[in-house]
Design a protein around this ligand. Structure first.
Ligand SMILES: Cc1ncc(COP(=O)(O)O)c(C=O)c1O
Length: 355
């Protein structure tokens, strides 16, 4: 069956063949469950090679789980978490980090989805005052939900500010591979070396079937993680099937190839959309997302052929995402379908266009 690929999200794609092979390769014999197996040890060592020896690594099912259990582990219920209004932890996790930890989620409006020391500072009120939640974690996303990036310098400055104010910095790295490719830097330069304390390292959006890594750059913070992981139902019993996927992703730079391709395809889409009359591209393209405003009528019609999400219902801004298996043909066909819908809309009587 030849169904056109979706441009909705990088988690709409399938699994990279090398990841599937890795799953098949560990599918033999019996091994102790819950992570006490040799495959998990190998995957953890691969993370240590990438990020440095002094880290603690745990595997969980999904990105919401990584964010939630990390935050849960380092906070108490009277704390607050500072994040951008557009962050996944604020808008797309059904309140999980706040519900699990009991913390108040304090969000800040930002145009580009990024926090700055000034914005964080504006939230540091009532410190030591028993009537106020006490800020503990600043959560940022790299690359952000709006497709923007923190430079290494911005990360360093933000981490320094946070540490000076007794705050921990959590990075939601659901798309950290796309960010590393775009910034042309290593994971270590982006995290260990900038001062990030906690990292949700994404695997699913970069070709895995499921699984994310929760990483502590200060091991002393990790002591209670295993209890919170279990309590939050993120402990996978047949752990080797997550670990093997990560090992595949971190072997021969598969993570890089997947993210490179995905970013390149977004660039191509971005370029092609510049020639489409009747739409407005709304944001620069740095990673694997392209944002544009489409005529209202065109959106549901195009969605019937190629699914994608409306990002802002008020403005008809939509988000197109590419992934490791998006092809040039997919993009050309998609742009053709968009042009057809735009043409169809123009030829219709005005009365049909309202609504
Ligand atoms: C920025 C960000 N963080 C985390 C996630 C992980 O979410 P999930 O719990 O669906 O794996 C996503 C997925 O869309 C995301 O975009």
């Amino acid at each position: 069956m030849n169904i056109p690929k979706s441009f909705a999200s990088d988690n709409n794609s399938g699994v990279h063949p090398l990841v599937l092979k890795a799953l098949a390769d560990v599918n033999h014999g019996h091994y102790t469950g819950y992570g006490d197996d040799p495959f998990t040890e190998v995957a953890i060592q691969k993370f240590r090679q990438l990020l440095g020896k002094n880290i603690e690594v745990f595997f969980v099912y999904n990105g919401t789980g990584a964010n939630t259990v990390l935050i849960n582990t380092v906070t108490r219920s009277y704390n607050s978490i500072i994040c951008p209004a557009s962050s996944h932890i604020n808008v797309d996790e059904c309140g999980a980090p706040g519900a699990a930890s009991g913390c108040k989620v304090e969000f800040v409006y930002t145009e580009d989805g990024k926090l700055t020391p000034e914005l964080v500072n504006s939230m540091l009120l009532g410190i030591g005052f028993e009537h106020h939640s006490q800020p503990k974690v600043v959560s940022i996303t790299q690359s952000t939900e709006l497709g923007t990036l923190y430079s290494l310098e911005e990360l360093r400055t933000l981490c320094d500010f946070c540490h000076d104010n007794n705050l921990l910095v959590h990075m939601d790295g659901a798309r950290i591979a796309n960010a590393a490719v775009a910034l042309n830097c290593t994971f270590k330069e982006m995290t260990t070396d900038t001062g990030i304390d906690l990292l949700s390292f994404g695997g699913t959006k970069n070709g895995m079937m499921f699984g994310e890594a929760a990483i502590f750059f200060r091991p002393e913070l990790a002591a209670d993680f295993k209890y919170f992981r279990k309590q939050n139902m993120q402990l996978h019993s047949k752990m080797r099937y997550i670990s093997a996927q990560f090992s595949a992703l971190l072997t021969d730079e598969l993570w890089y190839k997947n993210a490179r391709h995905s970013n390149d395809m977004a660039q191509l889409l971005y370029k092609e959309l510049q020639n489409v009359i009747g739409i407005k591209i709304t944001r620069p393209c740095y990673v694997n997302s392209v944002f544009a405003i489409l005529p209202e009528k065109v959106i549901p019609r195009l969605q019937q052929k190629y699914f994608f999400y409306v990002w802002d219902e008020h403005t008809n801004e939509v988000r197109f995402m590419t992934t490791f298996d998006t092809t040039e043909d997919d993009i050309n066909n998609f742009v053709k379908a968009l042009n057809e819908e735009l043409g169809r809309q123009q030829s219709e009587p005005a009365s049909l266009l309202r609504g």
